[in-house]
Write a protein that binds this ligand. Sequence first.
Ligand code: ADP
Ligand code: MG
Length: 338
Amino acid sequence: MPEIKILDQSTINKIAAGEVVERPSSVVKELVENSIDANASAVTVEIKEGGISFIRITDNGKGISKEDIQTAFIRHSTSKIKSIEDLVTVSSLGFRGEALASIAAVSQVEVITKTYDDITGVRYVIEGGKEISKEEIGCPEGTTIIVNNIFFNTPARRKFLKKPATEGAYVSELINKLALGNMHISFKFIYNNTIKLHTSGNNVLKDCIFNIYGKEIAKNIVPIEIKEDDFEIKGYIGKPSISRANRNYENYYINGRYIKSKIIMKAIEEGYKTKLTVHRYPFTAFYIKINPELIDVNVHPTKMEVRFHNESIMYSSFIKGINESLRKIDLIPEVTID
Ligand code: ADP
Ligand code: MG
């Protein structure tokens, strides 16, 4: 009897899903990034029970056609790249074609979507990777995706979820990051039927910071601008007086993508070294524009890590920029925001 066997497709899918879907916030991240890639100008995220039992994302983006809806849920299906060469210049947030397949493999999904050109839309239901129904319906342009009961069919994974309040806090934190990274999009976040966040989407960074973090933060930030041959960094950094005991207010985006980076973290620490005591962290909102050929975002399925080809220049530019902005603080008059 041979001992080695190829796993059945449903098991393969459930295992692969684990790379993309770890918890409700990872589902929200993938779905909102799809809305952003679809050129939505308004995105509403609604969750209940921390997102464990219910997530609904509604956008007014370009929608998915009836012909495409089933393919969209097949692993490695994407409209965003066609070949490996496209990876070098990819500007969309997604491109691996794994999110919808992964999410549907471990939850109960309902999609209602319509493209700008179609007269009617489609409602598609898929649970645990199995198609339940597909029907034509009348609906507005854009896409609504409802994700119920994450890990309903993988109890081992479900066990590792935290309390709803904790999972909900992760989602809330993520929406803040996504909203701050996309000031041209109006974000609404509804948690247990209460509106927790509503950004205007007017493309003014200071307004966006005010919408998300409130008056105290918006009043105590200074602009930062760094220009190098290969990249440009713009944004705001906080005065030392609004520092925090964790890194939750350190935000940075590369070509519109929210990322984490050890190099940037270190540069922030170094830049604020003489202004903050240890274990205090500043507010930052950095927007890095860089030639996509000089970074690699395909390091990990969640695409949260980025590799820079020229790390040391990036590092020293950050420190220089932070120092310059901090030096200006005393010269800038208090800003009043009502
Ligand atoms: P990827 O984003 O990597 O392409 P996904 O599995 O997230 O893969 O999505 C598969 C495809 O479904 C996308 O390439 C896109 O064409 C389509 N799609 C998903 N979500 C949306 C949305 N909200 N609006 C329009 N199209 C969408
Ligand atoms: Mg995607």
